[in-house]
Design a protein around this ligand. Structure first.
Ligand code: ATP
Ligand code: MG
Length: 557
């Protein structure tokens, strides 16, 4: 019965809830949304939310909306709207023609507020923000009712209209839901749902001088768009009763349902907008897309792929408990994604010269090299070989340590895709630093010739000096190290001084001059590298190291 294996598909708790809703007929379709506030760049945590919402819509044959939650004009900017759209598209979360702006619903939200007033469920309150806070009470103390709570419907309608028409100063009056000042849930203690604020909105300009509060606006936005499952992060759990109250009292026929999951946190990175903004403003990083950050734009610039981020989000899964994911897991995913897809080329990051004394002076030979040993589909390329090469400084030791199988006087190694060479001597400068290594080669040992005469223990990579192209490589470490403490005593970030190393004089194969922005490669032994989209030109190549080849992360299944 070996063909009869049953596929076990484990579902996360959100999928289990959706299954239940569909089977009980609560909904007959699935519609999700990603509702960013356009007040900054998206980061890896948002990527999780996007891919989760989009993935659910796909899995259930439903739809996915991108909706800008732009109800708070103070912090919002068109620049952010554009970057968010680019990021969502890049991640592959296709919202088709379902791009929405909450600000387009301001009239409907206003009408909902009027409906609540008419039902005696909302009132205009003259208490100051400070007084409202005092009256609200806390976990131990029940709240006190506002003296304005029992205004008549007529008076409330008139005052609310005057709020809208600009009769009152900012903060002079608010509209509050009339729920329950003694509720154990503080969110239900007559929350403010509209405020007066004279601010120009990026979409509606000066059309409105009252703006709805998030807890009132968000459920209405979901309801208008026929969202079925409104998926959000855990901090909104206590707001759910208010969410349900709003959709019910505003009389939406198919109320959406809020489900919360834990935010994604990553070790050794910075995601808070406040910190990133400061790093950008202080010129510590090169903008919001500096490759050391984990904004989506930064990950893209570093060389991360949507596929790797999808794999990462799937591996992390969804949960109800907050926890931090090891940064190494993200690195594992990009390695897995690139290892079969990208050509493996030779680049020397810390060069010294290797001279093959018995190789003809002016000859350039073109040798065949497979582009990816594990994936023959990537084909082969020709690489130039000549008398003088560059090798990594660490691949030569005048006095080898134990178990060192690379170049040292008297030892024979394989030059990758080329010949066996035997080290004969080295030259040094006045300070004793090795400047040139000498060797001889054995023409019989050419790679691919079938030579089986003898074996060598070491293989080293190289680049032919005559045709080598100079490149700049940027190596990264995490921007903070949590083991050393993420914050200083004064609350500022404790930055890793080695987060960026720039190496100006690397040598790469001439083939790489064809590379364009975002192209990525495996540099033998040195890691995966990506052409920098901002600073690289064919005349001055700049590569970002995406990730090294070694991993400290093991996946256990
Ligand atoms: P931040 O303050 O980190 O920018 P935010 O919650 O203010 O985050 P919003 O634009 O309001 O950002 O959020 C858009 C959506 O992304 C929300 O549904 C929110 O719950 C979700 N989200 C934000 N951060 C994370 C995270 N770390 N993990 C998963 N989802 C997140
Ligand atoms: Mg926010």
């Amino acid at each position: 019965m070996e063909d009869n294996k049953e596929e076990i598909v484990s579902k996360n708790f959100i999928e289990q809830e959706i299954d239940k809703d569909l089977s009980e007929g609560v909904y007959n379709h699935v519609q999700t949304r990603f509702p960013p506030e356009p007040n900054g760049y998206l980061h890896i945590g948002h990527a999780k939310s996007i891919l989760l919402n989009y993935g659910l819509a796909q899995k259930y044959g439903g739809k996915f909306n991108l909706r800008f939650d732009d109800t708070n004009p103070t912090k919002e900017k068109t620049e952010f709207v554009e970057s968010i759209m680019e990021d969502v598209k890049w991640l592959g979360a296709d919202f088709g023609d379902r791009l929405f702006f909450a600000s387009n619903y301001f009239q409907e939200m206003y009408d909902c507020a009027v409906l609540l007033i008419k039902k005696g469920k909302a009132f205009v309150c003259d208490l100051t923000a400070e007084e409202i806070r005092e009256y609200r009470g806390d976990f131990k103390t029940p709240g006190k009712e506002s003296p304005y709570r029992n205004r008549s419907v007529e008076e409330n309608l008139k005052l609310f209209e005057e709020m809208k028409d600009g009769t009152y100063k900012d903060g002079e009056k608010v509209l509050r839901a009339k729920i329950d000042m003694s509720s154990p849930n503080i969110n239900m203690r007559d929350p403010v749902i509209y405020r007066v604020a004279r601010m120009t909105h990026h979409n509606t300009g000066d059309a409105w001088c009252i703006y709805p509060m998030y807890d009132f606006a968000h459920p209405i936005e979901d309801a208008i768009e026929n969202i079925t499952h409104s998926i959000c992060t855990l901090e909104f759990e206590d707001h759910r009763p208010l969410y349900d109250w709003v959709v019910k009292e505003c009389e939406y026929p198919n109320p959406p349902r809020q489900i919360e999951f834990a935010k994604l946190y990553l070790t050794n990175v910075v995601t808070g907008k406040r910190y990133i903004k400061k790093l950008v403003e202080d010129n510590i990083v090169d903008g919001w897309d500096d490759p050391r950050l984990v904004s989506i734009a930064a990950l893209r610039r570093r060389g991360y792929t949507p596929e790797a981020l999808r794999m990462f989000v799937d591996l992390v899964g969804v949960s109800k408990a907050n926890s931090s994911v090891d940064y190494a897991m993200l690195e594992y995913c990009i390695r897995e994604d690139l290892k079969l897809k990208k050509p493996r080329v030779m680049a020397i990051l810390d060069p010294i010269k290797l001279v093959i004394d018995n190789y003809p002076e002016d000859t350039v030979e073109y040798l065949d090299a497979p582009n990816n040993l594990e994936n023959p589909e990537l084909g082969e390329r020709k690489i130039p070989f000549c008398k003088e090469l560059y090798i990594e400084r660490e691949d030569f030791m005048e006095e080898p340590v134990k178990k060192y199988f690379r170049l040292f006087p008297g030892n024979e190694v394989r030059l990758m895709n080329a010949y066996f060479v035997t080290c004969t001597s080295c030259e040094k400068d006045a300070d004793g630093n090795v400047t040139v290594v000498h060797c001889t080669y054995d023409p019989e040992t050419r790679s691919g010739s079938g030579f089986e005469g003898r074996k060598v223990k070491g293989t080293i990579h190289w680049v032919a000096a005559k045709t080598a192209v100079v490149a700049e490589c940027r190596l990264y470490e995490n921007i903070v190290d949590e083991e050393k403490g993420k914050l200083n005593e004064d609350g500022s970030l404790n930055l890793n001084p080695n987060s960026l190393t720039i190496i100006k004089n690397c040598f790469v194969e001439p083939e790489l001059t064809k590379a364009r922005a975002y192209d990525s490669f495996q540099f033998v032994r040195n890691g995966f590298f990506c052409v920098d989209c901002k600073d690289s030109t064919p005349e001055h190549l700049v590569f970002n190291r995406i990730v090294s080849l070694k991993s400290s992360f093991k996946i256990t299944k």
